[in-house]
Design a binder for this molecule. Structure first.
Ligand code: ATP
Ligand code: MG
Length: 422
């Protein structure tokens, strides 16, 4: 077959069943965990004004500098496909007054867009589940949202390591930035091209660069944790106490800086094995200054996002999902007259919760082939003659189970062969 000329955009995936079933199952178990932490869903536009991301994420970040899908719409307005979810949530809350005297806990789930080099675990359209807690400055919110993240990963069956760091306040970070630059500048030629280029703009980013030569330089760099202001230090130690109290294990990674500008104090990542440098499955942090920066009331906040594709890649769910996608019953009509009866029967059974596929009219041979392909557990082939005579034959496709009886009592036959209608 010739290669199709119309294809999906590079880095943007089509998702077919049974993989979609795996997605749904994962989403469902995540939603159930989220409700146990008092979180409710928010659904937002996928496109926002470009200015939102430039202001929220920061002009000097990789996302804003090179990864955004930005375009002018027909009115000439500059719009951007959202590269992340937090900015939109904050924009919406400010716009609708959702932060006045309230402490919302919200989650979102949906596609994000970043123009990155596609590879395993890294796509141009990918999906995030994100959670945001607003209005609580205490490290208790940090501890609770991290406990929630731990429970989500446990629900997904993903073993991962929790890494923690504190970035302090913007002031302590700014003074550390100078200390770090003094250390990095003399070694600039050892850094990768990206880091050399962003050294003056965003030196902290060098610390979590994945390139080996940069990691060697970063290894001995002065640590931000050593330069925290006293309040951030107290915040960080309360967080650790609370995590220990809940029995949540963590390691402190002094080089964890996160790619976005808006973080403040706590940052954290969950890193799983098996995806190489795409091993971060969930990442987040506190962003106390962002709401004000976007024109809202001063509001402390903390949040995280997890990458659905990375979680699913780690979870061999496809087989489990397959069982779910298989219909219980195949109903084949041998002629036009039987087709009406087959449709009526199928609708009745579906109304009672059974999964049914219908086919026909067709020959016995072609229907049997279709029945087999459907992988349905049971099958019935029926023609006008069978309906006139009264009885039909219900058969198990793989096993020996059989039931012969009146067409109108097919549900009885299914029950007899083990279908549970409750
Ligand atoms: P990375 O360091 O891997 O580029 P990031 O710091 O850019 O990640 P965040 O913006 O914090 O990632 O997004 C949170 C999570 O979303 C990541 O931990 C990851 O699981 C997922 N994610 C981010 N970018 C992509 C992508 N391009 N494709 C698939 N998943 C992604
Ligand atoms: Mg990235």
């Amino acid at each position: 077959m010739a290669k199709p000329t119309l294809t999906a955009v590079r880095g943007m995936n089509d998702i077919f069943p049974p993989e979609t079933i795996a997605w749904q199952q994962l989403e469902q178990s995540f939603r159930s965990v989220l409700s146990r932490y008092g979180c409710a869903e928010i659904r937002l536009p996928i496109v926002e004004q470009s200015a939102l991301f430039a202001r929220a994420i920061g002009d000097v970040t990789d996302i804003v500098q090179k990864e955004m899908y930005t375009f002018a719409d027909r009115n000439g307005d500059s719009l951007t496909l959202r590269p992340e979810g937090t900015a939109g949530v904050v924009r919406a809350l400010i716009e609708h007054g959702g932060l006045r005297g309230q402490t919302p806990r919200l989650y979102y789930l949906g596609p994000m867009f970043r123009h990155e080099r596609p590879q395993r675990g890294r796509y141009r359209q990918f999906h995030q589940l994100g959670v945001e807690f607003f209005g609580i400055a205490s490290a208790s919110a940090d501890a609770e949202i991290i406990a929630l993240s731990a429970r989500l990963l446990a629900a997904a069956g993903i073993p991962a390591q929790l890494q923690l760091n504190s970035l302090g306040t913007p002031e302590s970070r700014a003074s550390y930035r100078e200390i770090l630059l003094q250390y990095l500048r003399p070694q600039a030629e050892k850094l990768c091209g990206d880091c050399q280029e962003r050294l003056e703009r965003n030196p902290l980013r060098v610390l979590d660069c994945k390139v080996e030569s940069c990691q060697l330089v970063a290894k001995d760099a002065p640590q931000l944790l050593q330069h925290l202001d006293p309040e951030s230090a107290a915040h960080f130690s309360l967080l650790q106490e609370l995590l220990q109290g809940m029995g949540i294990a963590y390691v402190i990674n002094p080089r964890l800086v996160r790619g976005l500008d808006y973080y403040h104090r706590t940052v954290f990542e969950w890193v799983a094995e098996g995806l190489g440098s795409q091993g971060t499955v969930l990442a987040g942090g506190r962003y106390d200054g962002l709401v004000e920066q976007l024109g809202g009331p001063e509001t402390p906040a903390i949040g995280f996002a997890l990458g659905m594709e990375r979680i699913l890649a780690l979870r061999a769910l496809a087989q489990l999902a397959e069982a779910d996608a298989v219909p219980a019953l195949f109903l084949g009509a041998l002629d036009d007259a039987a087709l009406t009866a087959v449709f009526r029967q199928a609708e009745g059974l579906r109304a009672n919760g059974l999964s049914v596929v219908v086919a026909g009219p067709g020959s016995v041979k072609s229907l049997l082939k279709q029945a087999q392909r459907s992988a349905a557990r049971y099958q019935v082939l029926v023609g006008a003659a069978d309906l006139a005579a009264g009885d039909v034959l219900l058969k198990e496709q793989e096993g020996q189970g059989e039931w012969r009886g009146p067409w109108d009592e097919l549900h009885r036959g299914l029950t007899a062969l083990g279908v549970d209608f409750t």
